[in-house]
Design a protein around this ligand. Structure first.
Ligand code: 8X3
Length: 808
């Protein structure tokens, strides 16, 4: 008899091979049915329109069960696909066919007949109605100037970028436990009961609560209807199936889809199918990008796993096989960005459907269990870029867990990323969370965290280009890329800066000006979004939405915690540049500021010696007090601004260092920088050191990260930290233990995030040269892993240029 594991591995290989070489297709069905419904519901409350649109999709969209699959359903056509969300960025649809053809990264295929439907039925309806256009037209002139080109609002300037027009919601974690434990029938019945109990004479009941509750009823019906269509399809397929084994599988699939998500799941497999339906449906509902995270799967799936294990109904191999079926389903949904800026910010089809494992339970005790290890093993045996695995670490994480985490990291695909309970939980509590919600947070997206029933902030974040702030300070409010136009404020001519403090003041004034614009931009985003987006399904499984009868996208929900962020991009680059200015211009009088700027204008051509000299100044990432002091001062300005102004806006807007891949397009608009970086090249990523600047090993990087934080402020969010290691460093048992101890040190230092690339420089260079031979090479980019050969050439260079540490 074949071992179940062997059988399942064969299955996953077959599914994988069925799509891996397919060119991603733009699937217009979701956009088409959504638009069809919206045309018929104008004037109605938005949440009701959304629920009706989802029902229309559920009723009409093609349903699929793939060959060999154990889980039913897809969100789009067979093979790899991306969906369109015209309500978000429909204004780019008329150029879609052209843009997609020309785009360097992640090209998609758009069928001619689909382009016709887009051009005739979808794009014209949304022109003038999309969120993108409303936002662009709502920005005051000074904010607009640093966001888009005022002459052409479809072009970003990459100085202060909004990302909310690229997704309908920030990365998110649904409370998957609710549909698994309760089912949508019960959710619907509760809503119906409350609807029946409303006072028909009470205006707020009728205007606010009634549409919300009606929407919950409709959307619960919609997801159940859609699931049941899979039950019918599975039965039809079974009737035609010749192979007896597959016939039986299809009949089982049919029974499961009859049951979930309508009713509570009774076993592990039903729970997985229920989660998968919910996850998929949320992609119909809105573009959360590829960041609909999966939550703490080793926790909410554990009770049914344990029960099945005890009853002898499942073993670890079968569980892994089912999970792999889900990862393969997820892998076929690609995050399609219609706007060119969105594509630039997410090179390599960035995705972070984070699955969280480990951490503490609601009482603060270690929460690892047998299922935790199944996820880690699965990641080693199935080294695929889905799902994005995140391991929560706390000071009492068991040795075995740390050992398996380290072993998994050593496999080199960049998984799992690590998130530190010792940093995250106290910050969540400081921001108002109850202890149990804070303890049970789930990782979301790259590095963020969510409390699925307490978090209520869904607006995506603004990015602040620190490289631009520096260039603006050096050029009195102008940037070479944008000619003579005064983009910000005049902070002085170079000749007038007599001391380091004079220049530092000018830099800070530019940085602060950009932060100010980012905050104004974000306030407008938050106010506009509730007019454009609703999420009845997401709301139906969020305790506070249900309690307050308010959609998840409301600007504020009582009892909720609004955890927003703004990002500093290019931190290491700018710290080192300021350090070079301080040391070489002011402390050592090696050259004047004017001369330096002249050399930057020439992109160091003819000045290699000076470039080398500038690179000798203290640099961030080496536990150097001088460089780290500058880093801390930059950070202080950000957290202080947030401390003073974010609450007044009614939400947290905390300082974060998570670039995704924005440090590449942001670098493109910034001229040469005093740290020796040449014009147009990428900036440093997250809170990592600038490329090649960190020469003292990983512990020194951790220390710089620690030194540069302002721990007296709680207006701090994630700090993404990449460390690249040569594989030789972690060889054997000794290597595993070295990795474990660096993880322990990182945990002790209470740093938020850490992830490793364990790859040889030679391998990366060879992969760049001969991509066809390295199709499987996975690398960690910025909170997610991607196939190296899928990245843009600039991003490949970024990863090659990161320091590869040869010692630990
Ligand atoms: C991924 C980055 O901007 O969605 O986590 O939070 S973002």
């Amino acid at each position: 008899k074949k071992k179940s594991g062997g059988f399942l591995r064969e299955r996953t290989a077959k599914i994988y091979n069925s799509f891996v070489l397919s060119k991603p297709r733009i699937d217009i069905e979701r956009g088409k049915y959504f638009t069809e419904s919206f045309k018929t519901t104008e004037g109605q409350p938005l949440i009701l329109r959304w629920a009706k649109a989802l029902y229309h999709i559920a009723e009409n969209i093609p349903v699929y069960i793939d060959d060999h699959q154990l889980l039913a359903g897809r969100v789009g056509c067979q093979g790899k696909y991306g969906l369109i969300y015209p309500e978000l960025d429909g204004c780019f649809l008329d150029q879609l066919a052209e843009n997609v053809k020309n785009r360097e990264t992640a090209p998609f295929y758009l069928a001619d007949e689909d382009a016709k439907i887009i051009n005739e039925e979808i794009a014209p309806y949304w022109k003038g109605k999309s969120f993108y256009e409303d936002l662009a037209h709502s920005l005051p002139e000074d904010v607009l100037k640093v966001t888009y080109n005022p002459e052409d609002i479809y072009t970003q300037r990459f100085i202060v970028s909004e990302t909310s027009s690229m997704r309908s919601a920030l990365q998110w974690v649904h409370d998957y436990e609710t549909p698994i434990v309760k089912g949508f029938k019960a959710i619907k019945e509760e809503a119906q009961k409350e609807l029946d109990a409303l006072d028909p004479l009470e205006p707020t009941d009728m205007i606010d609560k009634a549409p919300f509750l009606q929407a919950i009823v409709i959307v619960s019906d919609a997801i159940v209807l859609w699931a049941k269509r899979h039950a019918v399809l599975a039965k039809e397929m079974a009737a035609k199936e010749k192979n007896a084994v597959r016939k039986q599988e299809l009949l089982t699939i049919s029974e499961i889809c009859e049951r979930v998500p309508e009713y509570p799941a009774r076993n592990f497999r039903e729970a997985i199918q229920c989660q998968w339906f919910t996850q998929m449906f949320s992609r119909f509902e809105q573009k959360t990008g590829a960041t609909v995270s999966n939550g703490r799967m080793d926790q909410y799936l554990y009770p049914l796993y344990k029960k099945d294990l005890d009853d002898g109904l499942i073993d670890a191999e079968q569980a892994k096989g089912l999970l792999e079926c889900m990862w393969l389903g997820m892998a076929q949904y690609l995050d399609l960005y219609i706007s060119p800026a969105g594509a630039n910010f997410n090179s390599g089809c960035a995705h972070w459907e984070a699955v969280t494992v480990g951490g503490v339970d609601e009482n603060g005790n270690d929460a690892t269990n047998e299922l935790t290890y199944v996820f880690l093993q699965s990641k080693r045996e199935f080294p695929f870029n889905y799902p994005d695995l995140a391991a929560r670490i706390h000071e009492r994480s068991p040795e075995r867990y740390l050992y398996e985490v380290a072993e998994t990291i050593k496999d080199g695909s960049g998984f799992p990323k690590l998130i530190n309970d010792e940093e995250v939980i106290p910050l969540l509590i400081a921001k108002g969370a109850d202890i149990a919600s804070a303890n049970t947070y789930a990782v979301s997206g790259c590095t963020e965290v969510r409390m699925p029933n307490l978090d209520t902030f869904t607006s995506a974040c603004p990015y602040v280009n620190l490289g631009a702030a520096l260039e603006l300070a050096l050029n009195n409010g102008r940037m070479k890329m944008y000619g003579d136009e005064l983009l910000t404020i005049e902070t002085g001519e170079l000749k007038d800066f007599r001391t380091w403090e004079d220049f530092w003041k000018a830099y800070l004034a530019q940085q602060q000006y950009l932060i100010k614009q980012a905050f104004k931009q974000q306030l407008i985003v938050v106010r506009l979004r509730e007019k454009h987006f609703a999420a009845p399904m997401g709301s139906s499984i969020h305790a506070l939405c249900m309690k307050n009868k308010k959609d998840l996208h409301s600007a504020h929900i009582d009892g909720g915690i609004d955890l927003g962020y703004f990002d500093f991009i290019g931190y290491g680059t700018v710290v080192d540049s300021l350090s070079a200015i301080k040391t070489m211009v002011f402390d050592n009088n090696k050259l004047t500021l004017e001369k330096l700027n002249e050399i930057l204008d020439k992109n160091f051509e003819g000045y290699e010696e000076i470039r080398q000299m500038l690179m000798k100044a203290p640099r961030y990432g080496n536990n150097d007090p001088e460089a780290d002091a500058i880093a801390k001062a930059i950070d202080l300005d950000g957290v202080k601004f947030a401390h003073q102004y974010s609450k007044k806006m009614g939400f947290n807007l905390d300082l974060r260092y998570v670039p995704v891949t924005s440090h590449v397009p942001f670098g493109k608009v910034v001229g040469a920088t005093p740290n020796g970086r040449t014009k147009g090249t990428f900036l440093s990523d997250g809170s990592s050191a600038a490329h090649g600047a960190d020469v003292k090993g990983p512990t020194a990087i951790l220390m710089s990260n620690y030194n540069s934080k302002n721990r007296g402020f709680f207006e701090r969010a994630a700090r993404l930290l990449n460390i690249k290691l040569s594989p030789a460093v972690v060889v054997g048992e000794e290597g595993t233990h070295k990795l474990m101890s660096i993880i322990r040190s990182w945990c002790d230092l209470k740093l938020w995030h850490l992830q490793f690339n364990i790859v040889n420089q030679a391998t990366l260079l060879a992969a760049k040269k001969n991509p066809e031979r390295y199709k499987d090479l996975l690398v960690r980019v910025a909170g997610y892993s991607a196939y190296f050969v899928d990245l843009s050439p600039e991003l490949q260079d970024d990863i090659i240029a990161r320091t590869a540490h040869a010692t630990l």
